[in-house]
Design a protein around this ligand. Sequence first.
Ligand code: HEM
Length: 83
Amino acid sequence: TGGQVMAVTVEELQKHNTLDDCWLSIRGKVYNVTQYLHFHPGGVDEMMRGAGSDATDLFNEIHRYVNYESMLKKCFVGPLVIE
Ligand code: HEM
């Protein structure tokens, strides 16, 4: 059972930029990656570079082939609002 989905503004996204409350956006979708951080093969610090922001470019530069949509299914917060 999925949680509630909510559209996320950039302003809201930016608030979640810490180790114990970390959201990031990839290709228009926002994910709460707080739990995943510690399983990231590239390490916590690498992933924190994208914390609280649109990390699409960063993600694409390093591993555009990674199937994050399936990996982060349970971490989906909602679509990023384009302002
Ligand atoms: C590996 C960076 C987000 C999944 C890595 C590596 C780096 C990196 C530097 C190591 C590559 C290597 O040693 O060759 C980042 C950054 C991210 C990010 C800067 C966002 C700001 C994500 C996300 C996922 C993910 C969202 C999936 C949910 C993986 C996987 C690997 C990996 C599966 C190992 C496979 C591979 O290296 O090809 N990442 N990552 N990463 N990352 Fe990320």
